[in-house]
Design a protein around this ligand. Structure first.
Ligand SMILES: *[C@@H]1O[C@H](CO)[C@@H](O)[C@H](O)[C@H]1NC(C)=O
Ligand SMILES: *[C@@H]1O[C@H](CO)[C@@H](O)[C@H](O)[C@H]1NC(C)=O
Length: 368
């Protein structure tokens, strides 16, 4: 999440788109009630789709254990953490929170070079906490680009971690998936969404990873930021399209599919790229998305509130135009404002809460 989505710049300026006996009847009636209740329960019990990233690049955040309790207090049942912090892992034991655990970029070369190092990392950070901690994903690398020297190490590290996880029956039974979190910038084309394709310069890096994910039934994780696409578009992307503000109006017509918001368009461009890469059944999980409240163009509390409300009201994550019945598991970035985040000024203002645990957007609910 450090640069605008350059490929969105290619949006052309012109496109801005109900007897017999009494007893029998009573039985039927009771069965009806049971069925109705069952249906209602099924809906209510649907797995929550919304998680929150627990970034801690700050010197003023609550202690790790308090943060875990604060997730639970707010009904947040999925968390992503960026390193294997032992205080957080300890606090997560016996909670109902599912975890996406990152392998930090700088650790990847070691785990790639030596299977024993991967086994040790998995033993210390995963197996020793399972099943009390519900691991969902091991995220091997965040936003690694093909130009980074570590890019050659990502897939070997994924292999070694996958093999190490398989050595624990408890972890294997929990079906923990190994993946990596990409930037949508790996796509050379994102517009229209059906034209989505990985850049030629990225295919040698990303296609073998996609094949690994497909072989293991794991999703591709993608950090999806309509905010950066918006500010990098020189006015070609309309604000209301970026912040779920079009009131149901189709802004981009792409063949038979109509797009009312940029988030769906970006996710579907990734699905299109996966189809072209030979993995039409791979699922996309949005491993980060958010909108800052200050620091750069378009970064206001009002725009951020609209963005997070639009995302979490159940409409958006129920599916995309290209995958209508397929829920999009989505991790909001981030839990708190992070006052030591480097980069653009907006980087420090992505929090859903202030460091003293006040909600910046009180209307946002995390329970779908
Ligand atoms: C978690 O639950 C397990 C099984 O009930 C129990 O043995 C363990 O002590 C609990 N751990 C914590 C940290 O509460
Ligand atoms: C959810 O948000 C979308 C986009 O803003 C909007 O069209 C829809 O009416 C909202 N639905 C509810 C139930 O709030």
């Amino acid at each position: 999440m450090f640069s605008p989505l350059r490929s969105t710049l290619s949006i052309p300026a012109t496109t801005i788109s109900r007897r017999r006996q009494e007893v029998g009847g009573l039985v039927m009636f009771l069965i009806g009630i049971v069925l109705l209740s069952y249906t209602a329960l099924t809906v209510v019990a649907q797995a929550p789709l919304i998680g929150v990233c627990n970034g801690r690049v700050a010197d003023n955040l609550p202690p790790e254990g308090d943060v875990v309790a604060f997730y639970t207090a707010n009904g947040i049942t999925k968390m992503r953490i960026y390193e294997a912090d032992q205080f957080t892992l300890q606090a997560l034991k016996n909670t109902s929170i599912e975890l996406a655990l990152d392998v930090p970029n700088e650790v990847i070369p070691t785990l790639a070079a030596d299977p024993a190092a991967a086994t040790a990392w998995v033993q210390t950070n995963v197996i020793s906490y399972a099943p009390s901690v519900q691991f969902r994903y091991i995220v091997v690398g965040n936003e690694v680009m093909p130009t980074y020297p570590i890019s050659h190490s990502v897939l070997p590290a994924m292999h070694n971690i996958q093999n190490a996880l398989a050595q624990s029956p408890a972890v294997a039974a929990a079906n923990v998936k190994v993946s990596t979190a990409i930037r949508v910038d790996l796509l050379g084309t994102t517009y229209p969404p059906s034209a989505g394709a990985f850049a030629d310069s990225a295919t040698a890096y990303v296609v073998p990873i996609v094949q690994f994910l497909a072989a293991n039934g794991a999703p591709l994780l993608a950090n999806v930021y309509p905010y950066f696409a918006y500010i990098g578009s020189s006015g070609q992307v309309a604000l209301d399209y970026a912040i779920f503000g079009t009131g149901g109006r189709v802004v981009v017509q792409d063949g038979a599919l109509g797009y009312q918001n940029l988030f769906h368009a970006m996710v579907d461009s990734v699905y299109a790229a996966l189809e072209k890469a030979g993995a039409p059944n791979l699922q996309v999980v949005v491993s980060e998305t958010g909108w800052p409240s200050a620091g750069n163009d378009g970064a206001t509390p009002e725009n951020a509130a609209a963005y997070y409300l639009g995302l979490t009201n159940g409409t958006v994550t129920s599916g995309t135009p290209k995958r209508p019945g397929q829920p999009v598991e989505t991790y909001l970035f981030a839990m708190f404002d992070e006052n030591q985040k480097p980069g653009a000024a907006s980087e420090q203002h992505f929090g859903l809460f202030t460091p003293d645990k006040q909600p910046k957007y009180p209307l946002v609910k995390f329970t779908n």
